[in-house]
Design a protein around this ligand. Structure first.
Ligand SMILES: O=C[C@H](O)[C@H](O)[C@H](O)COP(=O)(O)O
Length: 279
């Protein structure tokens, strides 16, 4: 267990783990959310990144801290790492932190992929894509032996939609957005919105040149694996922000400064054999 100690009246933060290791850093406006993101990212990097690995770098605000910590480790421990981006932002993060940039052509198999999430439910179903990146993230995670989620306490839920209320992001081919919205509404109900850009008139355009639809689903018990499979059968849907049976571990930076680590329950088939132990 890690604990972050924020010394009141100053900006010194110390992270301790059970082995007695600790590190300190200074912060000016470190609120509990930022602290949660940073401590989860730092500890996930420390526990999962080793020399000679190929690493997937996710997207969003939490991964920024992971890239920062990876760069520190590369410098201090002279690690040889290769990084695969999941977005334009991730590519910039890799370059800005002086890390080695690669791609799936040169490194089709990764050792570990690190990424944020918008929500993680009790069954380890994830919502991703709140920042408009999901397709490349899912591809990179699917090529990795381990997929590690880093997030603050707000992302830790029992069911999807409990905390993250913007719905499930779905990346679509632009010409198909309207019929796709109608089909999803007919199949499952809820409401759908074409995500608009913030500083540009018109829709948000993804790194792949597509649109994002946010599907606010109706609350209730959903079989997300089935829903995801069915959505992917609709022509024009490129990818969904539902990440099912993909993550191996999640680190949540909690409000009290501790880190909550969750791992999925082993999945068993009809004969009781564990089916998700390979990653
Ligand atoms: O589209 C964005 C990605 O899926 C992010 O990983 C996700 O939205 C979480 O982002 P953040 O770390 O900013 O909460």
């Amino acid at each position: 267990m890690w604990r972050a100690v924020l010394t009141r009246g100053s900006s010194l933060i110390t992270l301790h783990n059970i082995k007695g290791c600790s590190f300190k850093y200074f912060s000016t406006e470190m609120d509990s959310i930022k602290l949660g993101k940073k401590s989860a990212a730092y500890i996930a990097v420390d526990e999962n990144i080793q020399d000679n690995q190929v690493i997937g770098i996710g997207s969003g605000s939490t991964i920024v801290y992971a890239a920062e910590r990876i760069a520190q480790k590369v410098k201090e421990e002279k690690l040889k790492l290769v990084c695969i981006p999941t977005s334009f932002q991730a590519r910039q993060l890799i370059l800005d932190n002086g890390l080695t940039l690669s791609d799936l052509e040169r490194n089709p198999e990764l050792d570990v992929a690190l990424d944020g999430a918008d929500e993680v439910d009790s069954r380890f179903n994830l919502i991703k894509g709140g920042g408009g990146c999901l397709t490349q993230e899912k591809i990179v995670a699917s090529c990795s032996k381990k997929f590690i989620v880093i997030a603050d306490f707000r992302k830790d839920s029992q069911v999807l939609g409990e905390h993250y209320t913007r719905g499930i992001p779905i990346e679509v081919i632009p010409m198909a957005y309207k019929p796709i919205m109608r089909k999803i509404k007919t199949l499952y109900g809820g409401s759908l919105e074409l995500r608009m850009a913030r500083a540009k008139a018109g829709p948000l355009i993804t790194d792949n040149g597509n649109f994002i639809i946010d599907w606010k689903f109706e609350s209730g018990d959903h079989d997300w694996k089935k829903v995801n499979t069915e959505l992917l059968m609709i022509p024009g849907i490129v990818e969904t922000g539902l990440f099912i049976n993909m993550a191996n571990k999640a680190y949540f930076g909690m409000q009290d400064g501790t880190i909550k680590v969750r791992e999925p329950e082993p999945l068993t088939n009809g004969n009781g054999f564990i089916t998700n132990s390979e990653k």
